[in-house]
Design a protein around this ligand. Structure first.
Ligand code: 6PG
Length: 485
């Protein structure tokens, strides 16, 4: 039996994608470095569809229909190159190699260019949705040539998540575009989780709301504009009791957040393409600070006097329903910060599109994130609408009417929460950094004019004037007269 597609790398994500393909009627050839893993998949799930068992990449390639489609699902980095090198002598012109891991987009660009020279297609595909998504329908963000999408697209669309009957899969752009879009998805994922964490911390530290009570709060929030997968699972995590101690599980989990790199890449790329993704970068730094546990322990002893401890909501709000009001303020601060992080994510996609020559369609990208992926949220529908009419596309999402309205609605609460966090010493880096981004964008004059003056003073870096064109320098160490350069 010849197979429609081959999958190599059968750890959980690879195995689940292979099963998803087979369940959708495709014949899937399987390969894994250790054959035992292939056999274990076949033993447990072989009945789910048509699989072809192979013991080597050569055998895998031989079993495939043309053009051959080989999906690699191995650890990002050198292992991807190793598999490509092994596949190269086995493939023919027109065949397609698909990398569905979380690869760095620059590596995808390099691999695509190298393989294109050899007449092969290389498709970097962003896949989101974790293990469950891979099995039941992930959000899929394929890059690579348009031509390769003709041979591959229908298959990917069939196994993708659906949102009201539409597949959450579409070609996003050439070479590394798919992995870039997935990287930005992950940057937003970092910010989404950080704002949830800050809301939880503020409600606990300042209003004394215990995790189990907060599970109810988040459940309630999930019926508002905030409705999203991450808000939904926050309730589940917060209400979980530790089996061993009976304490809230969140209290026994070490408070050091891991990271595999995609958030960091998003922040770095934001700097490189000149898009100020402050909210996203701050979320990455928040994880870095969390991992400095020893330093935090020591510092908390040194500066303990400066920490204002738990205060009650009544101290913050004089009204009777103080706690309820504070919780509502936190919800609005969370939502406003979330709007900023999406605005930044889409802003960097625009910048990257120009930088790398990708025709990224922001509306399509928003549509891909509506189901299957980790950041799926009602907000994506609002974003799609903002990009609906090409001539009316906002320069920045904050200027989309729905965003403007929501930010105006949330603003007083957002400021109160950030002020309370600063007053009582509860860190809310992303709430406050998002507010600073908003405030910076809405200022028509920033102190950057002084920065320019200083740069000109010590380094003759020159400046421009508001009242006439040209480049100028003041002779600071001479008579301080101005000269045009
Ligand atoms: C997804 C996730 C997935 C994974 C990230 C997490 O969309 O399915 O983003 O790709 O959870 O790699 O990355 P960190 O380990 O850096 O949080």
């Amino acid at each position: 039996m010849s197979a429609d597609i081959g999958v190599t790398g059968l750890a959980v994500m690879g195995a689940n994608l292979a099963r998803n393909l087979a369940r959708n009627g495709y014949t899937v050839a399987l390969h894994n470095r250790s054959v035992a893993r292939t056999d274990s998949l076949l033993n447990s799930y072989g009945h789910e569809g048509n699989f072809v068992r192979t013991e080597s990449l050569a055998e895998l390639v031989q079993s495939l229909e043309r053009p051959r489609r080989v999906l690699i699902m191995v650890k990002a980095g050198a292992p991807v190159d190793a598999v490509i090198d092994e596949l190269l002598p086995l493939l023919e012109e027109g065949d397609i190699i698909i990398d569905a891991g979380n690869s760095f987009y620059e590596e995808t660009r390099r691999r695509e260019a190298a393989l294109r020279e050899k007449g092969l297609h290389f498709v970097g595909v962003g896949v989101s949705g974790g293990e469950e998504g891979a099995l039941n329908g992930p959000s899929i963000m394929p890059g690579g040539s348009r031509e390769s999408y003709q041979a591959l697209g229908p298959m990917l669309e069939k196994i993708a998540a659906e949102y009201h009957g539409e597949p959450c899969c579409a070609w996003v752009g050439t070479d590394g575009a798919g992995h870039y879009v997935k990287m930005v998805h992950n940057g937003i994922e970092y910010a989404d989780m950080q704002v949830i964490g800050e809301a939880y911390d503020l409600m606990r530290s300042l209003a004394g709301l215990e995790p189990a009570q907060q599970a109810g709060v988040f459940r309630e929030w999930n019926t508002t504009d905030l409705a999203s997968y991450l808000i939904e699972i926050t309730s589940a995590v917060l209400e979980q009791e530790d089996e061993l101690t009976g304490r809230p599980l969140v209290d026994v989990i070490v408070d050091s957040a891991g990271q595999k790199g995609t958030g960091r890449w998003t922040a770095i790329s934001g700097l490189e393409v000149g898009s100020p993704v402050t909210t996203i970068a701050e979320s990455v730094f928040a994880r870095s600070i969390s991992s400095q546990r020893e330093l935090r322990a020591e510092t908390s002893r040194v500066f303990s006097a400066g920490i204002n401890g738990v205060v009650s909501a009544e101290e913050l709000y004089s009204e009777q329903d103080a706690q309820q009001d504070f919780v509502e303020d936190v919800r609005k601060a969370l939502y406003a910060s979330k709007l900023v992080s999406y605005a930044q994510g889409f802003d960097m996609l625009t910048a990257a599109g120009s930088e790398f020559g990708w025709e990224l369609d922001l509306r399509t990208i928003a549509s891909l994130w509506r189901a299957g992926c980790i950041i799926r949220a009602d907000l994506l529908d609002t974003i799609m609408k903002a990009y609906e009419v090409p001539e009316e596309r906002p320069k920045n999402l904050l200027l989309a009417p729905a965003f403007t309205e929501a930010l105006n609605e949330c603003l007083p609460a957002w400021r109160r929460v950030v002020a309370a966090a600063a007053t009582y010493g509860v860190p809310a880096p992303v709430f406050s950094s998002s507010l600073a981004y908003y405030d910076s964008l809405r200022r028509d004059r920033l102190p950057a004019s002084l920065t320019q003056g200083l740069r000109d003073y010590f380094g003759a870096h020159t400046y421009e004037r508001v009242d006439k064109p040209g480049t100028f320098h003041t002779r600071w160490s001479e008579d301080r007269s101005e000269m045009e350069m």
